[in-house]
Design a protein around this ligand. Structure first.
Ligand code: GDP
Length: 288
């Protein structure tokens, strides 16, 4: 239920929220501009975003007004219609260390828990360790995986994974990609090629290009995402490592600066540590 998922979010991001609770007196109906500013700065929201949220509001504002303004900061791209597309192909993009492999495992596990079938494509053919790590997860979660040797063509892996999903009647395809820094022309070309080859395997694929961002990295994560967005166009964000940090306010900056929706947040290293992100629940937890 809505209440359950709100409680879950509050608990998962307790460090972020508890630092804020010290700032704003509980149950106060009207909050002053200064208090709001402190609340947002405390949760690591950038000043520019605070100004945008508060623009045109009176000195004392109600919680309801504030809530509305904060939720608005997250409202961006249209929801993708997940229905009637089978297999649904997700391409996972992000720099090494952001939590790409772990997030793929969590996402696959979430889908499986919801009764859907999944196949993984080990498309980070640049690193042998990435292929091994994803294979280990696949084995643990009992999910099929398509892979080749290190150094082989990543787009061939993408093509084979989608083809396998079609022939085996699998609901979801999740394809990993290499995560070298985006300044390398090779990676740019490789990503573009993977996207093109996906659409050869299945028209309209990939249906979602998801960017994995380390939530503790602040502005540098945003800069990375901007660069990837220019190369292939990102549809949505998954922010990782938000457990144990007081920096949950970075979610405002990430969504607002990139003008992209946040689909999930990562709150730990285990397969169940991925939760759907809801702006309403997040802002409610912040203001409760
Ligand atoms: P990749 O290089 O992008 O594939 O990153 P990995 O998936 O290997 O993750 C890098 C490290 O971050 C690993 O130690 C993961 O266990 C850890 N990690 C990933 N997501 C989370 C998260 O949401 N919370 C925490 N605490 N650790 C995470």
């Amino acid at each position: 239920t809505q209440e359950e998922s709100k409680n879950f979010l509050s608990k998962a991001l307790s460090k972020t929220f508890s630092s804020i609770k010290n700032v704003v007196p509980q149950k106060k109906e009207k909050i002053s501009f200064d208090e709001i500013e402190e609340l947002l700065i405390e949760s690591d929201v950038e000043y520019e975003i605070i100004e945008k949220a508060m623009n045109g509001l009176p000195d004392m504002i109600t919680r309801k007004q504030l809530r509305h303004r904060l939720v608005m900061l997250f409202e961006h791209a249209p929801e993708v219609n997940l229905q009637n597309t089978k297999p649904f192909v997700r391409l996972i993009i992000g720099v090494n260390g952001a939590g790409k492999t772990t997030t793929i495992a969590k996402l696959a596990n979430n889908l499986k828990r919801n009764g859907q079938s999944v196949i993984l494509g080990a498309g980070d053919t640049f690193r042998a360790a990435a292929i091994e790590q994803l294979s280990t997860w696949a084995e643990k979660l009992n999910i099929p995986i398509i892979k080749t040797k290190q150094g082989h063509d990543a787009s061939a892996v993408a093509f084979d994974t989608i083809s396998a999903a079609i022939s085996r009647n699998i609901d979801n395809v999740i394809i990993d990609t290499a995560g070298r820094l985006q300044t390398q022309t090779n990676l740019n070309n490789e990503l573009k090629k993977i996207v093109k080859v996906c659409s050869k395997a299945l028209p309209d694929a990939p249906h979602q290009k998801l960017m994995i961002l380390d939530g503790t990295q602040g502005n540098s994560a945003i800069a990375q995402a901007k660069a990837f967005n220019e190369i292939v166009g990102i549809d949505g964000i998954i922010v990782t490592k938000l457990d144990g940090t007081a920096k949950g306010g970075a979610l405002f900056s990430i969504s607002n600066q990139l003008e992209l929706p946040i689909f999930y947040i990562g709150i730990g290293e285990k397969e169940n540590d991925l939760i759907e992100f809801s702006p309403d629940n997040f802002v409610d937890s912040l203001l409760d």
